[in-house]
Write a protein that binds this ligand. Structure first.
Ligand code: FAD
Length: 486
């Protein structure tokens, strides 16, 4: 029978053999420090990549709460952004380098505590992302058909915990609050013809629901102006090029924007020029457009008003803003006192993600929703580091997470080499954690087992001409993973 332990032992042997080939022992106290990484998203993998590349004398384990790796690359990146997901190939090479053990289906903070990890490993890297919602704090936010972008994205990407998200798409207008790339991803998924979506790895339940959806107007509402949008030009171009979809970009202060353009950096200049140009394009030229999206600026959401049946959404009340100040980058929002109602049947809040502490003793900034740290070193916890969104907040793309992961990797090696934290006792590493998991009835999933599941998803996708059909039930995932042959 296949035993994951066989593989773990094998890899440990490889790492030790490799370590023996080295002529210098770099660490003053322990020959093979043990490192664990919590989270298998980009931050976790890029931290591991730096460590593996620059130091052969480390044993590295990666814990992941789901039975599958890759974090938001699998469950955040839009299904029609297949090229972005190619980064999974790099992560797979890291996982299969023989230098890292993926240990999936283990939730740190529940199955194993941070303290357990600190006792077992010399270094703990927290890279568990930002998987909580931010709240607007306005009346009506709890109404049916008001959903967070995080849940909605998780729903169409097949995230197990959001696969049964309930909302009513039997409405014509959806408002998205927020003007970042996630907001544009959602607008695009709502408006893209099904013929295109069905060739992506979108979850089957989402494809079916979007097929039946009546949503044909999507309004993206932001508090600031065109010069301050958080989305990037690639995503705007994709929106503009959507087949059978027209757009309305409401530019209220064109003279001011045109005056500012020369002062902006090139990417912002090109983005703003594209918005102005699209605002000028006669939309009658968009043939057969049955759907539409709008960019609405200078509006602060104030209240969500419920429909007559008291259960859903009727409109979004917004305050009209003006922006004050000399610097386009740093303008203050001022309420004009004017109020408007934007009629809609559904609201998606795309106002950012945040993290939660996975243990009480973890120093945490609850307002920013991030771990308190300096250059990736967690405050007051020698040997504990953090990287990616749990450290920086939900900003930046995968490339920025690469930088964060590599920087943290550098700090870890610096500290280990300087002997900055206690590594004098030999830590037991994964064996003790695996025993604890076994005693607690938790069944970890290895990378080889994930590959069995991966193959099954790809096979199921073939029947439907999709790159894969994601399995969304955790029990089914584990059952398939455990069919792995040794
Ligand atoms: P994550 O990717 O969230 O990884 C964290 C991992 O930790 C997850 O696997 C999670 O399951 C695991 N975890 C959480 N809690 C625990 C626990 N207690 N125990 C064990 N494991 C745990 N960037 C691009 O470059 N291009 C794009 O097209 C793009 N699209 C995006 C779309 C959306 C909707 C979002 C939200 C982001 C997008 N990004 C994109 C940004 C990119 O996804 C992030 O920069 C990156 O994923 C952050 O990496 P991370 O490792 O910090 O977090």
């Amino acid at each position: 029978m296949y035993s994951p332990f066989k593989m773990w032992n094998w890899t440990t042997i490889c790492a030790k053999k490799y370590a023996c080939l080295r002529t210098t022992i770099r660490f003053s106290s322990v020959a093979n420090p043990k490192v664990c990484i919590v989270g298998s998203g980009p931050a976790g993998f890029y931290t591991a990549q730096h460590l593996i590349k620059n130091e052969p004398n480390l044993e590295i384990d990666m814990f992941e709460k789901l039975p599958v790796p890759f974090g938001l690359v699998r469950y955040g990146v839009a299904p029609d952004h297949a090229d972005v997901k190619n980064v999974i190939n790099t992560f797979t090479s890291i996982a299969k380098s023989g230098r890292l053990q993926f240990i999936g289906n283990v939730t740190i903070g529940k199955d194993v505590t941070l303290n357990d990890l600190r006792t077992a490993y010399d270094v703990v890297v927290l890279a568990y992302g930002a998987a909580q919602d931010r709240w607007l704090g306005i009346p009506g936010e709890n109404l049916k058909n008001v959903v967070s972008a995080r849940k909605f994205v998780g729903w169409y990407n097949g995230l197990p915990e959001e696969s049964s998200l309930e909302f009513d798409s039997n409405v014509e207008t959806a408002v998205i609050i927020g003007q970042g790339n996630v907001a544009l991803d959602i607008a695009r998924i709502l408006l893209t013809p099904i013929e295109i979506l069905k060739k992506t790895d979108i979850a089957q339940h989402a494809l079916q629901a979007l097929k039946e959806s009546r949503i044909k107007n999507v309004k993206l509402v932001g508090r600031r102006g065109p010069l301050q949008v958080a989305f990037t030009i690639k995503e705007l171009r994709e929106m503009i090029k959507l087949p059978y979809v027209s757009n309305r970009i409401h530019i209220e202060d064109r003279d001011y924007i045109e005056a500012c353009i020369p002062k902006t950096p090139r990417p912002r200049r090109r983005l703003t020029e594209l918005m102005l140009q699209s605002a000028d394009t006669k939309q009658e030229e968009v043939k057969d457009s049955s759907k539409q999206w709008e960019l609405i600026f200078h509006r602060t959401p104030l209240e969500i008003v419920k429909s007559e049946n008291q259960r859903s959404v009727k409109n979004l009340v917004v305050g009209v803003n003006r922006l004050k100040g000399d610097n386009w980058e740093n303008l203050q929002i001022e309420d004009t006192g004017l109020r408007e109602r934007i009629p809609c049947g559904m609201i998606i809040k795309s106002i950012g993600y945040k993290s939660l502490p996975l243990s009480d003793e973890l120093p945490f900034d609850h307002i920013k929703g991030v771990i308190r740290q300096k250059e990736g070193r967690v405050e007051g916890m020698p040997g504990v580091f953090c990287s990616g969104w749990v450290a920086s907040g939900p900003v930046g793309v995968i490339a920025s997470t690469l930088q964060s992961g590599h920087d943290v990797g550098k700090r870890i090696l610096e500290d280990l080499r300087k002997g900055n934290f206690a590594t004098s006792t030999v830590k037991p590493g994964r064996d003790v954690i695996l025993s604890q998991l076994a005693a607690r009835g938790v069944e970890p999933v290895t990378f080889v087992e994930w590959e069995t599941l991966d193959n099954e998803e790809r096979e199921r996708g073939k029947n439907q001409e999709k790159p894969r059909e994601k399995i969304i039930d955790v029990k089914e995932m584990i059952d398939i993973a455990k069919k792995t042959q040794s």
